[in-house]
Ligand binder design. Structure first.
Ligand code: CTP
Ligand code: CA
Length: 228
């Protein structure tokens, strides 16, 4: 089927997608980061827009072209991403957390560049926990009937870990990737299983990130309450 044949099943809906990876600064020139490219989140945003949704894309450090017709909110850190996602979620029908959010950030930020000193060992970097944005939104559901989706990359016991994470986070759907050689980071392809809080399991074969995005929106659309 061509895109147009699938229709505008998200028309009249507002969806929020987070994408990319947060960067947690140590000083003005250094950060702790991760390898998320943002491609899966951007594919989700393009797919939702093509299906008629109003899309807010909260984008953390993704060097990708802005999708047409999508409202992009750039952020840097996990704390900034939380602010932007919570704000946009107030009236959202669905929230999809595709961003890789740093679990920890440096406990202190040096206003000036950290310098090495002759004969001195480097100081350890103390970390503090970042807020869990997905668990917070899934717990609060700022809009009734809102569908909340998380992503997880796992290396071992993928399904069991995914099921436990879905329950811990309290979301409706969790897209679980097995991290491997060609998959996930920076690649154009992905393979996943989408777990539902209702016990459902939807395998998505190895293929373009667009195909996974479309499957996610299919599963979200099934769970949305009637358009009001
Ligand atoms: N997530 C989030 N806020 C965080 C960490 C993660 O919203 N501070 C979201 C991610 O965007 C993703 C989901 O939670 O949608 C799962 O992320 P993951 O890192 O797999 O979960 P964690 O609970 O951090 O578990 P782990 O210890 O395995 O990293
Ligand atoms: Ca994590």
């Amino acid at each position: 089927l061509a895109r147009g044949d699938l229709g505008q099943d998200l028309a009249g809906r507002h969806v929020v997608v987070s994408a990319g990876g947060t960067r947690e600064p140590l000083d003005p020139v250094r950060f702790l980061g991760n390898r998320s490219s943002g491609k899966q989140g951007y594919a989700l945003a393009r797919s939702a827009a093509a299906r008629g949704a109003r899309v807010t894309l909260v984008s953390a450090n993704a060097a990708l072209p802005e999708p047409a017709g999508v409202d992009v909110v750039p952020v840097g850190t996990a704390v900034q991403l939380r602010e932007a996602v919570l704000k946009a979620s107030a009236d959202a029908d669905a929230v999809v957390m595709a961003a890789a959010v740093a679990d920890f950030r440096p406990g202190t930020y040096a206003a000036g560049k950290i310098k090495k000193k002759d004969g001195q060992e480097p100081a350890p970097i103390a970390l503090v926990r970042n807020p869990d944005i997905l668990a917070e939104i899934a717990g609060e559901r700022p809009r009734p009937g809102q569908v909340v989706v998380g992503f997880a990359a796992e290396t071992d016991d993928v399904l069991a870990n995914g099921r436990a994470k879905l329950e811990r986070k309290g979301c409706d759907l969790l897209v679980v990737n097995e991290v491997g050689e060609r998959k996930t980071f920076g690649s154009e392809e992905n393979e996943a299983v989408v777990l539902g809080a209702d016990g459902s399991e939807t395998p998505v074969p190895y293929g373009p990130k667009e195909a996974l995005a479309d499957t996610v929106w299919d599963l979200v659309a099934e769970r949305l309450p009637e358009n009001s």
